[in-house]
Design a protein around this ligand. Structure first.
Ligand SMILES: *[C@@H]1O[C@H](CO)[C@@H](O)[C@H](O)[C@H]1NC(C)=O
Ligand SMILES: *[C@@H]1O[C@H](CO)[C@@H](O)[C@H](O)[C@H]1NC(C)=O
Ligand SMILES: *[C@@H]1O[C@H](CO)[C@@H](O)[C@H](O)[C@H]1NC(C)=O
Ligand SMILES: *[C@@H]1O[C@H](CO)[C@@H](O)[C@H](O)[C@H]1NC(C)=O
Ligand SMILES: *[C@@H]1O[C@H](CO)[C@@H](O)[C@H](O)[C@H]1NC(C)=O
Ligand SMILES: *[C@@H]1O[C@H](CO)[C@@H](O)[C@H](O)[C@H]1NC(C)=O
Ligand SMILES: *[C@@H]1O[C@H](CO)[C@@H](O)[C@H](O)[C@H]1NC(C)=O
Ligand SMILES: *[C@@H]1O[C@H](CO)[C@@H](O)[C@H](O)[C@H]1NC(C)=O
Ligand SMILES: *[C@@H]1O[C@H](CO)[C@@H](O)[C@H](O)[C@H]1NC(C)=O
Ligand SMILES: *[C@@H]1O[C@H](CO)[C@@H](O)[C@H](O)[C@H]1NC(C)=O
Ligand SMILES: *[C@@H]1O[C@H](CO)[C@@H](O)[C@H](O)[C@H]1NC(C)=O
Ligand SMILES: *[C@@H]1O[C@H](CO)[C@@H](O)[C@H](O)[C@H]1NC(C)=O
Length: 543
């Protein structure tokens, strides 16, 4: 999950970013980041015109889950680069999952480009049914009935169907279908689930696979998402975050309605905003934890950053007199041990509100539900609600399965809170069917000719095969990360890296200030080496 990153217009798209984040699914780059990655010459849409393919909507007429069944088809879109193709070369398909066309630069300069350049392959960039990037939505509206064909299983079956039938523009005279041609699937984040599961589910059609930052473990109570930030974030900032969240939770649990409405009004939200909605809204800046090496994005720490606000002992945001009075009053009430003016948390609280007011002013005066369209169906939240879970929760310190340390987000952000949103949004009575994912192995997922990578500091790392700690434990080390795997099945923890860092790149002639980190370079080299090894193995076993 990068997960959903398709927000190009700051305000409305920021709202959808937050919505996804509230539902536990987080967007990972900013519009600046996307712009920085655009081709510097001809527009990418001209270099790689959209291709289409006629795809059955329902691959599983035997499964009651999809009833009523249909024989209809939809138009699946994809993008193609055959310019590196050499007779006998493979097909390298990069599944974008829920991403949109802003991944087109990967065909020009990303990992998929480097792999086809090194192997003489055809490169395909593949979107997913229901998402604007990859497919024309099978049915108009995202209601529960229309979304029934949106599942990971159907998405894998799309890939298997395509691999057996694809005819590529410019290479119509060649039969490049699987299993006669080696197909290798790449994907990251949720699409890293797609790539891993496709390799495992259809091993005869997909000769090899790479899962980068793949979020392969489905789990309801995904508290460890924020635990990565707690462990590795800037200490003073994390401590203030914990204290402020505890303070807000204290105000809420005290049952003092006056104090609670003061708190919510301090952030310019409508007083009728339920506390948990408020709590999920104010944890939004933590998304800035994710960094990119290939674009300019706002780091969580450093000058002008969120952490700068949270740790600064001056009034950074020029707070109003009302806000100052509120901060004093709340601190006096919620923290009886402290003298308000001298309290270490006075400026952090003031600046926390100030940061939210400056950055997310488009919610002013509204409830969080109104502002973020909390109950509006979207394809990705459907997936979360029916299969994935991944609710980014808070917890009560020391409660079963949770750390003793204070959480970074409110303890009211329980799995039940998110499940209630799912049920209300989709009129469903059930929760996520986690075994649809976890049957592939979760943290134990592995397969021959499947490369696995993650960023050391990726906040989705706890839910992938290279998690530092085993899922559902507070700190039980994951034994498999002691190994770097083999040449043919590498396991790569990219040092100092965040989400999907091995996908980005630049052409040698592209003028840019960005430099590929050494650890990223080394991960890519191992991945390209792995693919070459698989192709040698192919040549040895296919004459
Ligand atoms: C599919 O691609 C073909 C060839 O480029 C084009 O003629 C056709 O209009 C496309 N169909 C759709 C539905 O986009
Ligand atoms: C439906 O068919 C698929 C193979 O196409 C199979 O994997 C699956 O188990 C079948 N489901 C049922 C309920 O029989
Ligand atoms: C789909 O087509 C098959 C073969 O023509 C037919 O047997 C089946 O009833 C059709 N299913 C639906 C849902 O229309
Ligand atoms: C790989 O890229 C280099 C540099 O752009 C180019 O000279 C070479 O022909 C490419 N290889 C293939 C197989 O296209
Ligand atoms: C939920 O049910 C209501 C009332 O029947 C309906 O209007 C709404 O469209 C349904 N929501 C979805 C996402 O299907
Ligand atoms: C293409 O190759 C596959 C084997 O990979 C074969 O089953 C199929 O019939 C071939 N298609 C054509 C049109 O020759
Ligand atoms: C209460 O105030 C003390 C003293 O400033 C501070 O260390 C502590 O973090 C505060 N606790 C909460 C929950 O606000
Ligand atoms: C409720 O909180 C306010 C501060 O926001 C405080 O002034 C008031 O005394 C509190 N009421 C009770 C009953 O504690
Ligand atoms: C606090 O914020 C001010 C104003 O933005 C800035 O000049 C100062 O460097 C910050 N201080 C610290 C310790 O970060
Ligand atoms: C986590 O623990 C819960 C409760 O015991 C269990 O239902 C779930 O399957 C576990 N999930 C994983 C991924 O281990
Ligand atoms: C794994 O790779 C890292 C980075 O290249 C290296 O520092 C480490 O020693 C390797 N570990 C093993 C067990 O080979
Ligand atoms: C940069 O290199 C690419 C690939 O080799 C080529 O297609 C493009 O035209 C070059 N751009 C410039 C400005 O030379």
């Amino acid at each position: 999950m990068a997960l959903e990153r398709s927000f190009l217009h700051a305000s409305t798209n920021m709202a959808s970013l937050i919505l996804l984040q509230i539902l536990g699914i987080v967007s990972l780059s900013t519009s600046q980041a996307i712009l920085a990655r655009q081709s510097q010459g001809q527009p990418l849409n001209d270099i790689y015109p959209m291709q289409n393919f006629t795809m059955p909507i329902d691959h599983f007429h035997n499964e009651t889950r999809y009833a009523p069944h249909t024989n209809d088809t939809f138009v699946q879109n994809y993008w193609l680069d055959t310019s590196n193709y050499v007779e006998g070369g493979p097909v390298i398909i990069h599944a974008m999952g829920e991403d949109s066309t802003f991944d087109l630069d990967w065909l020009q300069n990303g990992l998929v480009h480097q792999v086809v350049n090194a192997t003489g392959g055809v490169a395909v960039l593949w979107g997913q049914r229901y998402y604007s990037g990859g497919a024309i939505i099978p049915y108009g509206q995202y209601n529960t009935s229309n979304l029934r064909f949106h599942s990971t299983e159907q998405a894998l079956a799309d890939l298997a169907y395509f691999a057996q039938k694809a005819v590529f523009a410019g290479l119509e005279h060649k039969n490049l279908t699987a299993p006669g041609t080696p197909w290798i699937i790449i994907g990251g984040s949720y699409a890293g689930v797609i790539s891993a599961f496709t390799r495992i589910q259809y091993p005869d059609l997909f000769w090899g696979g790479l899962s980068s930052s793949g979020i392969t473990t489905a789990i309801d109570d995904a508290w460890s998402y924020y635990d990565v930030i707690r462990r590795y974030g800037p200490k003073a900032c994390i401590s203030n975050q914990q204290q402020l969240v505890a303070l807000m939770d204290n105000v809420y649990s005290s049952g003092n309605k006056t104090a609670l409405s003061q708190l919510i009004s301090a952030f310019n939200l409508s007083e009728s905003t339920p506390y948990s909605d408020f709590a999920s809204y104010v944890d939004t800046p933590l998304q800035e934890w994710d960094l990119s090496w290939a674009s300019q994005n706002t780091p969580i720490n450093g000058s002008g950053s969120y952490c700068n606000y949270l740790t600064n002992q001056t009034d950074v945001a020029n707070a109003s007199a009302t806000l100052k009075a509120t901060a004093r009053s709340l601190l006096r009430y919620a923290n009886k041990t402290a003298t308000p003016d001298a309290n270490d948390l006075y400026y952090p609280l003031l600046n926390f509100a100030g940061y939210m007011l400056n950055t997310y002013s488009f919610c002013d005066g509204q409830t969080v539900e109104e502002c973020l369209s909390l109950y509006t169906p979207t394809p990705f939240t459907w997936l979360i609600c029916t299969e994935y879970g991944q609710f980014a929760t808070g917890y009560t310190p020391g409660s079963p399965g949770h750390p003793a340390a204070l959480p970074l987000v409110s303890r009211t952000l329980t799995p039940e809170y998110f499940l209630a949103q799912c049920k209300k949004t989709y009129n469903i009575t059930y929760g996520p069917q986690l075994q649809r994912f976890n049957k592939y192995g979760g943290v134990n997922l592995s397969y021959p000719r499947l490369a696995i990578s993650t960023g050391q500091f990726d906040f989705y790392r706890p839910f992938g095969p290279l998690a530092e700690f085993l899922p559902n434990t507070t700190a039980k080390p994951n034994p498999r990360i002691a190994s770097n795997g083999t040449i043919a099945a590498p396991q790569i923890v990219i040092e100092g890296a965040y989400h999907e860092w091995d996908f980005y790149g630049f052409l040698p002639n592209q003028t840019t200030t960005f430099k590929t980190p050494v650890a990223v370079q080394s991960a890519k080299s191992r991945e390209i080496e792995a693919v070459k090894t698989w192709l040698q193995e192919w040549n040895q076993t296919h004459t």
